[in-house]
Design a protein around this ligand. Structure first.
Ligand SMILES: [Cu+2]
Length: 150
């Protein structure tokens, strides 16, 4: 967690001060202005570059997940959570994008400018998901990763 100090700062700002929480995975971290539900949310950090997408974990237990999308690239990116059994690199494409209608879109961030980060909290049931950036041509370039919920 390289942004630990930053997250502590934003949690303090939003009043989410941890009291004796020992669980690294369960820390309700989020960007300022979008506090995660208290307790229990699994935080997944997605780091985006031009044009890659990497996550600090690729699975978790059913429940609330806070995806923190950190855009370290020079282009604008987004993070979408799609429920699908299709492999991350095999989603059919339409108009230079992954065809989200082939799965179930659970949520997405707004488009994130270069150097910015945005968090999205969603509730996920057990199953297979793909995390992707669906800015035109970015999915085809490889901005997608599999995510499993147990
Ligand atoms: Cu992108």
């Amino acid at each position: 967690m390289r942004n630990w100090a930053m997250m502590i700062g934003s949690m303090a700002m939003s009043g989410l001060v941890l009291a004796g929480c020992g669980g690294g995975d369960a820390a309700p971290a989020s960007s300022a202005g979008a506090p995660a539900a208290a307790g229990g949310a699994t935080t997944v950090t997605a780091t985006m570059k031009d044009l890659t997408l990497a996550v600090d974990k690729n699975s978790g237990k059913a429940g609330e997940f806070t995806f923190k999308a950190d855009n370290k690239g020079a282009l604008a990116h987004e993070l979408a959570v799609l429920k699908t059994d299709v492999a991350a690199d095999k989603i059919p494409q339409k108009d230079a994008k992954a065809d989200e209608s082939t799965g179930k879109l659970i949520g997405r961030t707004a488009e994130i400018a270069a150097g910015k980060a945005e968090s999205k909290t969603v509730k996920l049931e057990a199953g297979k998901y793909v995390l992707l950036c669906n800015v035109p041509a970015h999915y085809a370039a490889g901005m997608a990763v599999a995510f499993t919920v147990q």
